[in-house]
Design a protein around this ligand. Structure first.
Ligand SMILES: *Cc1c(COP(=O)(O)O)cnc(C)c1O
Length: 389
């Protein structure tokens, strides 16, 4: 064994498959070619001014300078409870049913350590956010994927989950509006999941990263608004995407009080909480005007229409999503996800994400992110029209 050999757990995580594509992008840039990346989902617009101002005030207040508590400041917990009531009609007890998270990613990862032992299974939608499969593996458990296909409106087929996996399942990860497919929750899915979770004693984790990013009048529900949801599940709410706060690491877990306590107990061993000033800024974002959120949605909807129009012109059949910052589209006949991504890079110097990056069921698709400034996005779209039509 060599000094820097990885642990078996780390080794079990599939190595980053697109190192090759990344290298090709780097080579092109080194050769002076102007590559436009539509790969990464990270809002290009700044955090709203009133949130920045709240942060500036909070940073100047010495009461934010010491270790935060993992339970979180009462101001932030109350702001989250108030927001859940106003926005989703969900009642949250700020004392027992919510604590801050240092981003949804941290929360999902640590939930795996709080609930999985060797031999335990986490059910994960596929394609999906990579932590749903990586987290369980690193925690010493297993991930069993549930395929999301357009034929089912990107709902997992709960009846197709093998009985053996259901028997060992402790966690089930869902995410609507969905990354990477852009799908909104299919009718009745949350209700069916509550029934399944009660029957098999599985804790449902709904990753709510995109409820505030929706278009065409669609309003996304909280999983916790489903009857019985609080008995079987938690929701991870993140301010990253909807409030242009990816760098701030501002999120929370809400719902089942025992699950929230288990997560808190784990975290007291792992980290020392979310910076109090970030919690106060998060409270300002949730309690202040939501008009900037709507303006962002108008911006994304315009970009979405631009991209969808161009894709249709080059023969890609794609539906305009009602939420998220992504377009999920099938690759043209004769291509795999990665061969198409390579072709787009070669011909148009534009980076799109191969769908297979998000799991086996993502093969045959590619993802375009709408978080590139207007001018660059228009330029990318022109190049697709010019070189791929
Ligand atoms: C971006 C994203 C996250 C990450 O949220 P953070 O709060 O920034 O960690 C979580 N889940 C999904 C589905 C995402 O797309």
């Amino acid at each position: 064994m060599a000094l820097t050999d990885h642990s078996r757990r780390l080794e079990a995580i599939a190595p980053y498959k697109f190192a090759e594509l990344e290298q090709q992008v780097a080579d092109k840039k080194a050769a002076g070619i102007d590559v436009i990346s539509l790969g990464i989902g990270d809002p290009d617009q700044p955090t709203f001014p009133h949130v920045v101002a709240a942060m500036q005030g909070a940073v100047a207040d010495p009461s934010t300078h010491q270790y935060p508590s993992n339970r979180g400041r009462l101001e932030f917990r109350e702001a989250l409870a108030g927001f859940y009531e106003r926005r989703f009609g969900v009642e949250i007890d700020p004392e027992r049913e919510v604590i801050p998270a240092i981003g949804a990613k941290e929360c999902i990862y640590n939930l795996c350590f709080a609930f999985l032992d060797p031999g335990d299974v986490a059910l994960a939608s596929d394609p999906g956010y990579p932590v749903y499969t990586g987290g369980p593996l690193l925690a010493g458990g297993e991930a069993v994927v549930m395929a999301l296909n357009p034929e089912r409106g990107f709902a997992p087929d709960l009846d197709a989950i093998p009985a053996e996996a259901l028997g060992r399942a402790r966690l089930l990860f869902l995410n609507y509006p969905n990354n990477p497919t852009g799908a909104v929750v299919p009718e009745g899915l949350f209700e069916r999941v509550v029934t399944l979770a009660l029957e098999h004693e599985i804790l449902v984790v709904h990753d709510n990263a995109y409820s505030e990013t929706t278009f065409d009048g669609y309003v996304a529900p909280s999983f916790l608004a489903t009857p019985g949801a609080k008995e079987v599940g938690v929701e991870v709410f993140s301010l990253s995407k909807g409030y242009n706060m990816t760098g701030w690491r501002c999120a929370a877990i809400l719902g089942n009080a025992d699950a929230v306590t288990a997560y808190w107990r784990l975290k007291t061993n792992v980290d020392s909480g979310l910076f109090d000033a970030v919690q106060l800024a998060g409270a300002a974002a949730l309690e202040g005007s939501q008009a900037p959120v709507n303006e962002m949605n108008e911006l994304y909807a315009r970009r979405r229409d631009l991209v969808v129009g161009a894709l249709r012109e080059i023969g890609v059949e794609v539906e305009a999503p009602k939420g998220t910052i992504y377009i999920w589209a099938p690759v043209p006949e004769g291509h795999t996800s990665s061969s198409f991504a390579e072709l787009v890079l070669e011909q148009a110097a534009v980076v799109v994400s191969p769908g297979s990056m998000y799991g086996t069921s993502g093969e045959g698709f590619f993802r375009i992110s709408l978080t590139t400034p207007d001018e660059r996005l228009s330029e990318a779209v022109e190049r697709l029209r010019e070189h791929l039509a």
